[in-house]
Design a protein around this ligand. Structure first.
Ligand code: NDP
Length: 263
């Protein structure tokens, strides 16, 4: 029996155990998935091996610490320095990032998106912005702390703090901050959010399982919007493929994972 887990702080809200266990149970894969509340990201590697994990997911705020914990980082994760999926390969931790592709899957229904405003400059923002720029999308980043913007400037994004923000029109605004996750805060001051929502066609929030104050405002303005559930599904399917080393069919994984959202 293989053991998998999700590391985070907070982590009690995570649907990942339900999603992955639904796949393992219904497809007769001998594995179990649990959650680990980890406060200190520097203890990630030690905890991974102490628990004898075959793999793990990593959520807020440890995705950059996860990158450091890896013995080897592959693919897109290497480019962004942010890891959300860990696989134990013969005693070595291999790191991947499935968030960005998960998000691209989630916004397919919005059609052709050319211009995105990203709220936040953490690990998720790094992964998404890099994928957007790689896909030829124009990206603007707005973050509370201006000192976190260097990566995004070098990537080619237009970057602002709250004080100097220059409003434009956007196809899509994405909240990648954790504002609203365990509090009722907005990702930027109210006046800025009001103005931003008047100037976008679509809204997406990376947070799932609750209507954040940001998403609530977007809904009240009748903007087509979605929470982070489809992103969660997308990244989860890709992570599960890595966990089972592609032994299960993608369509079966997706079906079983989707069913877990009905619980
Ligand atoms: P990080 O800790 O790396 O980054 C958090 C970001 O949020 C920073 O930019 C921080 O700004 C900003 N922030 C935090 N609190 C506030 C606040 N009160 N007001 C304004 N800005 C704030 O987190 P991650 O990037 O890993 O995750 C971000 C969110 O995305 C989480 O809520 C997570 O649950 C969600 N997520 C969802 C996924 C899904 O599958 N649906 C996948 C990945 C993430 P500052 O720089 O100023 O500190």
């Amino acid at each position: 029996m293989k053991l998998f887990a999700i590391f985070g702080d907070p982590v009690s809200h995570s649907r990942s155990p339900l999603m992955h266990n639904s796949v393992f149970k219904n497809l007769n894969y001998k594995a179990c998935y649990t959650r680990v509340h980890l406060r200190d990201g520097s203890k990630l590697k030690e905890t991974f091996f102490t628990l004898g994990l075959s793999g793990a997911n990593v959520t807020v705020p440890h995705k950059e610490a996860a990158y450091t914990a890896c013995d080897e980082v592959r693919g897109f994760a290497k480019k962004v320095g942010v890891v959300n999926t860990l696989v134990n390969e013969n005693g070595r931790i291999i790191g991947y990032n499935t968030d960005a592709d998960g998000f691209m899957f989630a916004i397919k229904e919005f059609g052709d998106i050319k211009n995105i405003l990203v709220l936040g400059a953490g690990g998720t923002a790094k992964a998404l912005c890099t994928k957007f720029i790689d896909s030829g999308i124009k990206v603007t980043v707005l973050n509370r702390s201006e000192d976190k913007l260097t990566y995004f400037k070098e990537l080619g994004c237009e970057c602002f703090g709250w004080e100097d923000f220059l409003l434009k029109k956007y196809d899509l605004v994405v909240n990648t901050t954790s504002a609203g996750l365990k509090d009722e805060e907005l990702p930027a001051p109210l006046a800025l959010i009001e103005a931003i929502l008047e100037n976008t066609s679509f809204v997406a929030d990376a947070i799932y399982g609750k209507v954040t104050p940001f998403l609530k405002m977007a809904k009240e303005k009748n903007i087509t919007c979605k929470d982070g559930a489809d992103m969660l599904l997308g990244q989860g399917v890709l992570a599960n493929e890595l966990f089972v080393n592609y032994e299960l069919k993608t369509s079966d994984i997706k079906l079983q994972m989707s069913k877990s959202f009905e619980i």
